[in-house]
Write a protein that binds this ligand. Structure first.
Ligand code: GLY
Ligand code: MN
Ligand code: MN
Length: 467
């Protein structure tokens, strides 16, 4: 894979992209509103070690700026400048220990804002910025300390009415509007998603090539995550799932510490994050390179459901139809292979498929793996599943999970878990499968498993004893 890194970085970090997004969100609220957007803080992991830091998605979406603690205030229509940033000041001693800062001096150029202040001036400046404003908008309830701080500052005129003019009377949650903006991806986001998807596809292909029985789940996790980072991903988009055998029937399996046996299927659900956009791929394959007849039967049903559901990812359809199609094909398949008995329509109506398929088929995908944006249009008559629109990106991820202790199914089916997940861009025409490079047809899987890594020469199973 060759990526033109410089050109790509320019696309995704183009200051014009972030300025245009700030314009859009300010226009959505209009004059009289003050918007406060906070960067991510730090979360203590243990002792004096923090969890890996990542910028808040909404903050990055509006700034492309990855320093912690920063606060952005947007005041649509303000004559002295609509965008104001509050940043950590330059501090050589702190920077030696914790990294570079742009400081107040560098913030205007780096963030493309109109004014910049030291973080310590936030309360005082905000009190001025909200005077005369009608509403204050922020991510209400996300950070209790920020909630308290904003309420205190913007209620100052109540506490000391002779000293301060009016503050806003209305408080609004910014999350919904931000979610709607993020739901329709622009060219820079689509480019980053394509990169993340291509890289993640290759990482899963590599895991299939390197897999051999006797390896530990964690060793395969290392292979996948090696390819992510070697290919330019900053981090994983979510915790990788590597699940052998019946571990695959645990939907959010996280331990990743068991040995892979020769007759196991291996389910890997993992995605790399590139320029703050994550892919989300699941593949399931036999460690030996050969599906057993039961594994093949279940896999074929899931694959058929996935193909059928992907075909509905067009602007002619609503979000829920993708799920309904998957449920239809899965239920037909369950009857065909003898795991359910009865009339397909009745089985669907009675939700009998839920014993083997207990999750939904899709979610929005973008900066967050379960990305922002509503799934329904609110109508006076109730909620209606949303029409798909070009620029939306969603996953399609049907699966079948047969519990190891389900004594009502033939023993040879027990403990089989299969999920197949791809990432789809809605276009004006046919669905664009961003993850199309990731192998999933049975013949292709049987051909590639165990053929040896392209990026990771080999993994010695004996090296991976967990404890
Ligand atoms: N990896 C989380 C999901 O597939 O939704
Ligand atoms: Mn998913
Ligand atoms: Mn997934």
């Amino acid at each position: 894979m060759t990526f033109e890194r410089t050109a790509f970085a320019q696309t995704v970090l183009d200051p014009g992209v972030f300025a245009a997004r700030r314009r859009t969100v300010m226009d959505a609220y209009g004059p009289g509103s003050v918007l406060v957007v906070a960067a991510a803080g730090h979360a203590l992991r243990n002792g004096d070690v923090d969890h890996e830091w990542r910028q808040s998605s909404d903050f990055w979406y509006l700034t492309g700026f990855d320093e912690p603690e920063t606060l952005l205030v947007l005041v649509p229509g303000r004559a002295d400048g609509e965008a104001v940033a509050f940043v950590r000041p330059r501090d050589p001693a702190q920077e030696v220990w914790h990294g570079r800062r742009v400081g107040v001096e560098g913030a205007i150029a780096r963030l493309g804002v109109d004014q910049a202040f030291d973080l310590k001036d936030f309360d005082e400046q905000l009190a001025n910025l909200v005077e005369g404003a009608k509403q204050l908008c922020w991510h209400v309830g996300r950070d209790p300390a920020l909630d308290q701080r904003l309420i205190r500052v913007t209620r100052r005129h109540r506490a000391t009415p002779r000293l301060h003019l009016d503050g806003p009377d209305f408080f609004a949650d910014l999350a919904a509007v931000m979610g709607e903006l993020r739901l329709i991806k622009g060219p820079a986001e689509i480019e980053a998603l394509r990169r993340a998807a291509k890289l993640t596809a290759e990482a899963h292909n590599e895991a299939m090539r390197v897999c051999q029985s006797g390896m530990n789940e964690r060793q395969l996790q290392a292979v996948v995550e090696f390819v992510f980072r070697a290919g330019g991903a900053a981090r994983v988009g979510y915790g990788s799932i590597v699940a052998r055998g019946d571990n695959a029937t645990i939907l959010h399996y996280v331990e990743n510490d068991q040995m892979i046996g020769p007759s196991d299927l291996v389910l890997i659900d993992a995605g790399g994050e590139v320029a703050y956009q994550t892919a989300d791929i699941t593949r399931t394959f036999p460690a030996s390179g050969r599906f057993s007849p039961e594994q093949r039967a279940v896999y074929e049903v899931v694959l058929q459901a996935e193909h059928a559901a992907i075909a509905l990812c067009t602007p002619e359809h609503r979000f829920v139809e993708v799920h309904e199609r998957a449920v239809q094909v899965l239920t037909e398949g369950l009857v065909k292979i003898g795991l359910l008995r009865g009339d397909v329509e009745q089985l669907i109506q009675d939700e009998k498929y839920k014993r083997f398929y207990m999750h939904r088929t899709s979610h929005w995908l973008g900066m967050d793996v379960h990305d922002a944006g509503r799934y329904h249009d609110s109508l006076p008559t109730g909620n209606l599943s949303r029409q798909l629109v070009p620029g939306m990106v969603l996953t399609v991820e049907p699966g079948l999970y047969i519990a190891a202790d389900d004594t009502e199914v033939p023993e040879r089916f027990r403990g089989i878990g299969v999920r197949i997940e791809d990432d789809i861009l809605i276009t004006a025409g046919a669905p664009e499968v961003l993850t199309a490079d990731c192998i999933k047809e049975i013949d292709d899987i049987e051909r590639i498993v165990g053929t040896g890594g392209r990026w990771v020469a080999a993994v010695d199973p004996a090296f991976g004893d967990p404890f």
